[in-house]
Design a protein around this ligand. Structure first.
Ligand code: PMP
Length: 403
């Protein structure tokens, strides 16, 4: 691979088309720009991935990176962006591109970026300094329809809905992220709501593609959650109201909401339903429901919505299904009514950023006894143990970046 190193310690890899020629290289962070007339900005013609690298004693451990890039290539294919449209020239053999070769190239660039941006050392440093609680490496590749500025750009720029005249471009960015749903959610369980914004119905936007357009309802549902607050009982509501009023009198110098905080629920996420009202997924997570037989957690069955429930085929979802089955739990993929969330013994999220996050309340109703349950914790321990390189990885999911 030919490459010129970017000059700063913060770079992004970009593959762009300019004047009909491909420009592909590492560029400085602040130079990683696209034109305002890029098709993707107007019509959401982009697909992306979110991949996680764990900071371990053996270096950065990328979790199922190849599977994420395979899903990225598939997402692009659904939007008729084929590897032949965007793969580096040297990977084209008789005009064709092997998916596995392209995945390998994406992985090489990713590892380079992690090293180049010095993310391993930086993650350790910000943790020591207390700037981030649990920093991890986040990898964000995007494939999209761009815009190639022609000689006289005023004449009919390709800005109609038809994307076929716009070049397929891509980039990979890597940076540090912290606990996605907050450290409290991980420790005590997340408070969530079911959103009035339904997931896209089949035959609207393709949910098997991790496409930007799917996140239109997702972001509305997310705002609905984070801007809402609920009280478990009226007394707490009254006390909080008093505290806010007092703070208002003092120009908000100090808003003391610590009283009864456990009874004040500040949802961090929404669960979206399908158009027919079944459970689909979180705005960035898949959902699992655990039901005990005779109240006995050792006799638990795990349920999760099937792909036909308008969900993203999550890679963490797949990992958790395999782990749960190997731990001896029956896992059933089936449509789940909303009210099953209310009567479940345990509910949890899975996702690259969220990992396995317990849910302690849905719409203000406590899940089980309102604490992370034993089945969730057992699965989480196994999942994070493998991903963080603490226990043997029998599935071959982890790939190390030497630093
Ligand atoms: N659903 C949605 C809508 C998501 O954005 C994500 C995060 N990528 C997930 C589920 C979980 O998928 P994964 O486990 O592959 O991160």
């Amino acid at each position: 691979m030919t490459r010129s190193k970017c000059c700063s310690k913060r770079c992004i890899y970009m593959y762009r088309v300019e004047g009909g020629k491909v420009e592909a290289d590492y560029v400085d962070w602040d130079k990683a720009k696209i034109h305002v007339l890029s098709h993707v900005i107007h019509y959401s013609s982009g697909v992306f991935e979110g991949i996680r690298g764990y900071v371990t004693d053996k270096g950065v451990a990328i979790f199922r990176g190849r599977d994420h890039y395979r899903r990225l290539i598939r997402s692009a294919k659904i939007y008729r962006m084929l590897p032949e449209d965007y793969a580096p020239e040297d990977l084209k053999k008789e005009g064709r591109v092997k998916t596995e070769d392209l995945i390998t190239r994406f992985m090489e660039i990713t590892k380079d970026l992690i090293r180049e941006n010095d993310l391993y050392r930086k993650a350790k440093k910000v943790k020591e300094e207390g700037k981030m609680a649990n920093p991890f490496v986040y990898i964000r590749p995007v494939i999209y329809r761009g815009y190639d500025v022609k000689e006289d750009p005023i004449l009919s720029p390709p800005l109609g809905v038809n994307p076929l005249n716009n070049p397929v471009e891509w980039f990979i960015a890597t940076f540090l992220w912290d606990d996605y749903l907050g450290t409290t959610a991980i420790e005590r369980g997340a408070d969530v709501i079911t959103s009035a914004w339904a997931k896209n119905a089949p035959s609207t936007t393709p949910f098997m593609a991790k496409g930007a357009s799917n996140y239109a309802t997702g972001q509305l549902a997310k705002m609905e959650a984070v801007l809402s607050a609920m009280f478990r009982d009226k007394d707490v509501a009254g006390k909080v109201k008093d505290a806010i009023n007092k703070a208002r009198e003092k120009n908000y110098e100090k808003v003391d909401l610590s009283l009864g905080l456990d009874d004040l629920l500040l949802p961090v996420e929404s669960i979206q339903l399908t158009v027919s009202g079944h459970v689909a997924e979180g705005t960035g997570e898949n959902v699992f429901v655990v039901m005990y037989e005779d109240g006995d957690p050792t006799k638990a069955t795990i349920y999760t919505p099937p792909l036909s429930a308008s969900i993203l085929p999550g890679i963490t979802r797949d990992s958790v299904i395999r782990i749960a089955k190997d731990l001896g739990y029956p896992v059933i993929e089936t449509m789940i009514p909303r009210e099953m969330l209310y009567i479940a013994d345990e509910v949890f999220f899975t996702g690259t950023a969220a990992e396995v996050t317990p849910i302690r309340s849905v719409d203000g109703i406590p899940v089980g006894d309102g604490k992370p349950g034993p089945v969730t914790l057992k699965i989480r321990e196994r999942y994070t143990g493998i991903a963080r390189g603490k226990v043997e990885d029998p599935y071959g999911w982890v790939e190390y970046v030497e630093v």
